[in-house]
Design a protein around this ligand. Sequence first.
Ligand code: SF4
Length: 245
Amino acid sequence: MKRDEVFEFFRRLAEANPSPTTELESGNPYQLLVAVVLSAQATDASVNIACRPLFEHIKTPQQMVDFGEDALRDAIKTIGLFNTKAKNVILLSQALMDQHGSEVPRTRDELQGLPGVGRKTANVVLNTAFGEETFAVDTHVFRVSNRTGLAPGKTVDDVEAKLEKIVPQPFRRDAHHWLILHGRYTCKARLPECWRCPVIDLCRYKPKTPEPSPARGRGRSRAAAEGEGVKKKPSPQPSPASGRG
Ligand code: SF4
């Protein structure tokens, strides 16, 4: 995709959703870090359901360690891989207390040194909690980047490097949120909804999905007409952490 097309691609996504944010709910950077660790191979919705009651009384690493692995495992048992995740969250909470004064570190290396924290999680936390211009590549970002021709790559690292190189200002900070939300609600994995896509003329994917016929797609068309898929930043914001994952 040419440079002016990339600019126009993000300009249109930004126009549709000027203030994108993460759908993971959190009240501070620590809760965001925990939520992102729990969201690996799970939906944000399932993480929110488990974390809402948990985060009412657990806001710090010390409180999590006091809560304990068994109780945490029980609290998150509806989320995939909950055994491993419970173990990692307790370990990372202890590491935050031992090595970082119970604060979430602000560098990629320090974040990736925590149990259960990989590059994608570090990128999300750096971006959403601390406003860094990072490009977390999840399944949606990977698919949209390749399908559209925006930032094609065989691996998530390839795609991240390309996004890092091509995304212009003023879109760098929110780019990965726009791509996630576009992939989640419009450029869906099984069947992209090209007929209502704001970047259809810029996208290289073929063949484009036509609008469903009225007989088959009445429900779908109504939802589209009502603006489904345009994720707005919730107001008021629960915390600085939710400034957009
Ligand atoms: S035109 Fe279709 S394939 Fe291309 S970005 Fe839009 S929804 Fe995805």
